[in-house]
Design a protein around this ligand. Structure first.
Ligand SMILES: *[C@@H]1O[C@H](CO)[C@@H](O)[C@H](O)[C@H]1NC(C)=O
Ligand SMILES: *[C@@H]1O[C@H](CO)[C@@H](O)[C@H](O)[C@H]1NC(C)=O
Length: 204
């Protein structure tokens, strides 16, 4: 999972475009040491590394050109797309992320989110239904299970789902799956994300 990228799908051709906000990263982690490094990086530039350059500034996204949006998730969502990593349910959301979510929602186009990114929907659309897995740390597989209570405190309904499943909020056209919020083998996470993408395409 990446430093904050999004894909948008055109169902007729399944064409995807990737966007990221042009902002500085909250921090840069040296993953060899597992600690923050003393350097600065830009989210769009770092995301371009993963997208092999084929990426655009989120500020330039035109919702009318797309049928759906998917937020891949990752810690970058909680650090850069919003401030959940620091502020929990009191977080602020990047203005372009907020306006993108609201624009797809008001155009009745589906929104797919996985991993920690369902908190974006919980913050922007009070009353919506999302899953980040289980609301209890069942068998030690859901170490961040308290995220489910924070979602409920935002006035949303947390739906408990296993890692291989996704939840569809039909009224809001929001599809969520827990992905790496669950300590599960990669192939189970892959299956769960697959169900989310399939449901998004069905709604598009
Ligand atoms: C959110 O804000 C409330 C009210 O200011 C505060 O009591 C609470 O501790 C904050 N929660 C987090 C996770 O920062
Ligand atoms: C999202 O944008 C709307 C409209 O500008 C604003 O009212 C709302 O507070 C924003 N939500 C968040 C979580 O920043």
């Amino acid at each position: 999972m990446c430093a904050s990228m999004f894909c948008f799908l055109l169902p007729a051709t399944r064409k995807v475009k990737i966007f990221a906000p042009n902002i500085e990263q909250r921090d840069v982690v040296n993953h060899l040491k597992g600690s923050p490094a003393d350097e600065k990086r830009n989210v769009l530039v770092e995301s371009a590394r993963l997208a092999r350059g084929n990426i655009q500034d989120l500020a330039e996204l035109k919702v009318g050109e797309f049928d759906a949006v998917i937020f891949p998730g990752g810690f970058g969502v909680a650090k850069n797309l919003c401030s959940w990593a620091v502020d929990g349910k009191n977080c602020t959301i990047n203005e372009h992320v907020n306006s993108t979510l609201r624009a797809f929602h008001s155009a009745k186009k589906p929104i797919g989110l996985c991993c920690i990114s369902p908190v974006l929907a919980a913050k922007v659309f009070p009353g919506c239904e999302v899953t980040v897995g289980q609301d209890k740390n069942v068998d030690g597989r859901f170490p961040d299970a308290e995220t489910a209570s924070a979602i409920a405190e935002l006035g949303c309904k947390h739906i408990c789902k296993d890692v291989s499943e996704s939840h569809v909020d039909k009224a809001n056209k929001i599809v969520t799956t827990c992905a790496f919020m669950c300590k599960a083998p990669l192939h189970e996470i892959f299956d769960g994300i697959g169900t989310m993408v399939e449901e998004v395409l069905q709604l598009a």
